[in-house]
Design a protein around this ligand. Structure first.
Ligand SMILES: *[C@@H]1O[C@H](CO)[C@@H](O)[C@H](O)[C@H]1NC(C)=O
Ligand SMILES: *[C@@H]1O[C@H](CO)[C@@H](O)[C@H](O)[C@H]1NC(C)=O
Ligand SMILES: *[C@@H]1O[C@H](CO)[C@@H](O)[C@H](O)[C@H]1NC(C)=O
Length: 393
């Protein structure tokens, strides 16, 4: 009991500190109370429902927000939360907002965990709005597929800071019959995104995927990078994810077999999602060589669903295409990684470099976790035209 009082006093001190700060200053990692472990002000609660917009330390809320404790029951279902012991559920039209102090002109990625609860299809809207002036950046994230067997996934989103303080919001635009229904949100983190420039040895930007969204160090499931429009800021600098509603997964070498360096991309959505980079420095008529690694992620990816185009007996296939030429590289389940290569004469500029997994796969542990081949270490270089090369020999 004494200990409880002391921790209550600690929370009060923290709240006073929160009030003293105009906005949370940003370093790579969780936002202030980004995992919702500091409890809400009980005088602004009715049961588990938040009734005051400042009830949750460091956050401003609107709409029907429920403060969820791990193990809490909903009908027959026992709710679990992605991180720690607490999370929030965003009901219809509900949102959580935090002011974040950033550097104007710099790019940031946001990583957070979300799980669907009642509805089949859920969407979350994301917004980074300068506190004064300048346009807000918005995004829409489909949360309709569960990629990881535990029931929630970590998602990423990115924005360019248009001011020194931005107001970051996650909003559930839902119109469910039960207004309290909606996704559970937790573990919200931010990371500065560097924009690595192409080099003499590689015309691609971020060809090794070392730059990307924050991956929580203890997360075993990677981070989903959602589909994006032409004008959206990509959480994977240089790259776009093109899909109607499906993602690619950003993975780390601590939990996945990554062909080179510390990060790579796992293609988990089969032919429904393409990983694309547009290269503006190619010249029509000139020759180029694309090289890349394709590997098995080392997480027990095994089964192929019936509609998969994988060869019988297993294995995964990745198609790499540039418009002027394409190649398919196979990799066996558990088979490490191999290099693929493609030479082509640019028939257009810009050149689109595209990677697609040709199959649908799940982990062989029957957990239902979606998996697929890993792509990494992609390079594009100019080469002499083949006839000139023959003369050189
Ligand atoms: C809790 O909320 C009440 C009512 O809004 C307010 O008077 C009180 O100061 C709050 N306590 C803290 C610690 O913020
Ligand atoms: C608290 O919630 C209950 C159940 O939804 C409701 O009946 C009651 O009126 C609420 N109390 C307040 C003070 O809003
Ligand atoms: C396509 O790429 C392969 C592999 O590098 C190469 O052997 C082939 O000549 C290329 N085809 C064309 C039309 O460029």
């Amino acid at each position: 009991m004494v200990i409880d009082k002391r921790s209550a006093a600690l929370v009060v001190v923290l709240l006073v500190c929160a009030a003293a700060l105009a906005a949370s200053a940003v370093g790579d990692g969780p936002l202030l109370n980004g995992n919702f472990e500091y409890p809400p002000n009980q005088s602004q609660m009715n049961g588990t429902t938040v009734t005051g917009e400042n009830a949750i330390p460091y956050w401003k809320t609107s709409g029907i927000i429920e403060y969820i404790g791990s193990g809490q029951q909903q009908g027959d279902m026992i709710l679990t939360v992605p991180e720690g012991a607490h999370a929030v559920r965003l009901g219809n039209e509900a949102s959580v907002t935090q002011q974040v102090s950033v550097t104007r002109g710099v790019y940031y990625s946001i990583t957070f965990s979300a799980s669907r609860t009642c509805a089949q299809k859920e969407t979350l809207n994301l917004k980074a709005a300068p506190v004064s002036g300048y346009p807000a950046q918005t995004g829409e994230l489909p949360v309709q597929t569960v990629y990881t067997s535990c029931g929630w996934d970590a998602f990423s989103w990115a924005f360019k800071a248009e001011a020194g303080i931005v107001s970051f919001t996650i909003h559930n635009p839902g119109q469910e019959e039960d207004p309290a229904c909606g996704p559970i949100i937790d573990a919200i983190a931010i990371k500065t995104l560097n924009q690595p420039e192409p080099t003499q040895n590689n015309m691609l930007m971020n060809g090794d995927f070392e730059e990307g969204p924050y991956i929580p160090p203890d997360s075993k499931s990677g981070v989903m990078v959602p589909p994006m429009d032409e004008d959206d800021v990509s959480p994977l600098p240089g790259w776009k994810v093109m899909s109607y509603k499906k993602v690619v997964k950003y993975v780390d070498s601590a939990h996945f077999a990554v062909p080179r360096g510390a990060r790579a991309v796992e293609l988990v959505s089969g032919v429904e999602t393409a990983l694309v980079q547009e290269v503006y420095t190619t010249v029509e008529g000139s020759w180029y060589r694309l090289e890349f690694s394709v590997g098995d992620a080392g997480i027990g990816c095994g089964a192929s669903s019936a509609d998969s185009s994988s060869s019988p007996g297993g294995g995964m296939k990745v198609k790499a295409a540039t418009g002027a030429n394409e190649t398919i590289v196979d990799v066996d389940f558990g088979g490490g990684s191999k290099r693929g290569r493609l030479e082509f004469q640019a028939n257009t500029s810009p050149t689109m470099v595209v990677f697609v997994s040709l199959g649908y796969h799940t982990k062989s542990d029957n957990s239902g976790t979606l998996c697929g081949p890993v792509v990494d270490d992609v390079s594009l270089v100019a080469i002499p035209q083949p006839s000139a090369r023959r003369l050189l020999r």
